[in-house]
Design a protein around this ligand. Structure first.
Ligand SMILES: Nc1nc2c(c(=O)[nH]1)N[C@H]1C(S)=C(S)[C@@H](COP(=O)(O)O)O[C@H]1N2
Ligand SMILES: [Mo]
Length: 509
């Protein structure tokens, strides 16, 4: 038995909160994973470079990106494998909502972890499992051998194997999860393009491996608690002492587990039933924090690296309306970009005028919210050049990019019960003024030294290099300057923001 262990109150409380947040993170993380259930090591991986694939068959890459009907084109959204609500939070095809929960849960978990580690250090309890001599390794081996023979190693306090495992989980695995989570942000890549640590696929893969390690730990941890004598051990973590009343321990354990399971069910239910309210509630505190972390980052100019990826995924299928088809048949010669709203000079930019303006080219990474990435070279007009011409008013805060994309592929019902009325007929996205002024924000008309392919947004699409892909509207027709976007659509600042519960300002991660 691990005798001689009494747990102080703060340790017991943080342990239960930890359990609560870990379950939340597991479930919402699974939701995020299943939106692109494929893992790679490199940011320009082709579909065939996948090292782990959950569900879904392998995709081929030989579709025609110039086809107007998009008939055999597969969009990355077709690769989503909607998970069950029993396992994931909230389940179904709802990555935006899963991310809200994941960020909320991550902040709660980190706060809990910081309090725990702080208390460990102050109280001196850290000596229980921070190894202070190399003897720990042979001792841990002995303990492992004992467990393998189905015996419980006899020690005062934790045995060496427990010490090493707890130490590893708290001081290695947990920080790894935090860092590999946060370094997936496009904002870091846009700031440190050359640094290996901002490789998104590498971080995704490590984050997943850490997730598996956490699951194994949880399983073995509970199994060992059972092996050591379940209710006596639970007595310690619930009431602080193994001499505690067994009845009270059982009652409180069941209550704790019921709260965690009950909350899991409630979170799924409310997310699917009342997505807008859930989204608003989960943004409280989290959104300002993310803005505070990422908003003041300044970005590099120029290329992320010398060459484009061999293959680029597509998201959002080409428009099918007659207007787009007519333009297509006419080589987009009459397609103009309207610039209006809160501006001094309204513009109607023709293809000739746009090509006469300064051209900017750069190679950069594309990051979809689902997790996939590719590098491409983009060429087009800096948004700052357009702003110099139209002269936005002082009160203009946002640029709304309107498109000819009617989102025909979304005509069936979505995952949420709340009806998506009020959503504009065409895809749109709002970009904040300071994002638009970043050095690599352009209205692109070229991709990899060629005209923009139909599938990638011909004749014009937005490129903002520090944000997630859904912000970069394709098939753009109009740039409207506004003070805020509350009255547009459902008021979340974009078509995907409105319909799929992503949020506009945290498109940085
Ligand atoms: N008009 C329009 N633009 C759009 C979308 C869309 O569905 N419609 N999808 C967005 C998403 S989610 C991503 S990831 C990128 C994908 O860009 P790509 O197809 O050029 O790779 O386009 C963005 N722009
Ligand atoms: Mo995306």
């Amino acid at each position: 038995m691990t005798s001689g262990l009494e747990y102080p109150w703060w340790l017991r409380i943080t342990h239960w909160f930890n359990f609560f947040f870990i379950i939340l993170l597991f479930r919402s993380g699974y939701e995020i994973l299943m939106s692109h259930p494929k893992l790679y090591w490199s940011d320009d991986a082709k579909p065939s470079d996948v090292w782990l694939r959950v569900g879904d068959e392998e995709r081929t890459t030989d579709f025609d990106k110039e086809a107007i009907d998009g008939e055999d084109l597969w969009a990355a959204e077709d690769e989503i494998d909607p998970p069950s609500s029993l396992i994931s939070l909230p389940g179904r095809d709802a990555i935006g909502m899963g991310r809200h929960w994941h960020f909320w849960g991550a902040i709660g978990w980190i706060v809990c972890g910081v309090l725990y580690v702080g208390a460990l250090l102050i109280s001196g309890e850290w000596t229980r499992f921070v190894p202070t001599s190399l003897e720990i390794f042979p001792q841990a081996w002995d303990a492992l051998v004992a467990y393998a023979q189905l015996q419980i190693p006899h020690t005062e306090g934790y045995n060496a194997l427990q010490q090493l495992t707890y130490f590893g989980v708290i001081f290695v695995l947990s920080p790894l999860m935090i860092l590999t989570g946060i370094f997936q942000a496009p904002v870091f890549r846009a700031k440190f393009p050359d640094w290996f640590g901002t490789n998104r696929q590498f971080n995704r893969s490590l984050h997943f491996i850490g997730f598996v390690a956490f699951n194994i730990f949880l399983f073995v941890h509970v199994a060992l608690v059972a092996a050591h004598g379940f209710w006596a051990e639970m007595g310690k973590i619930v009431l602080g002492s193994e001499a505690a009343s067994t009845e009270l321990t059982i009652a409180l354990t069941l209550l704790g587990v019921a709260i965690v399971i009950g909350f899991a069910g409630f979170a799924t239910w409310i997310s699917l039933k009342r997505p807008y309210r859930t989204q608003n509630a989960l943004e409280i505190g989290v959104d300002p924090l993310l803005k505070g972390l990422f908003h003041h980052v300044s970005f590099v100019e120029g290329d992320d690296r010398p060459e484009a990826s061999e293959f680029a995924r597509v998201n959002g299928k080409p428009p099918r309306n007659d207007e787009y088809r007519t333009h297509f048949e006419n080589d987009f010669e009459d397609w103009t970009i309207t610039v209006d709203g809160l501006v001094e000079n309204e513009l109607e930019l023709t293809p000739e005028e746009i090509r006469e303006m300064d051209k900017q080219e750069h190679i950069t990474r594309h990051d979809c919210i689902q997790g996939w990435t590719y590098y491409a070279k983009w060429g087009g007009v800096p948004l700052s050049a357009i702003m110099d011409r139209c002269e936005p008013h002082e009160d203009a805060e946002w640029l709304v990019f309107w498109t000819l994309d009617e989102k025909w592929e979304y005509s069936e019902d979505g995952p949420f019960e709340e009806v998506d009325d009020n959503v504009p007929e065409f895809y749109y996205e709002a970009i904040r003024m300071d994002k638009a002024r970043e050095p690599r924000s352009i209205l692109a008309y070229e991709m990899n030294d060629d005209n923009l392919p139909i599938a990638h947004g011909a004749p014009y699409r937005l490129r903002i290099e520090s944000q997630l892909g859904y912000k970069m509207a394709k098939w753009v027709t109009r740039i409207e300057f506004v003070e805020d976007f509350e009255d547009i659509g459902k008021g979340y600042g974009g078509w995907r923001d409105d319909v799929l519960h992503y949020y506009p300002n945290s498109a940085d991660i």
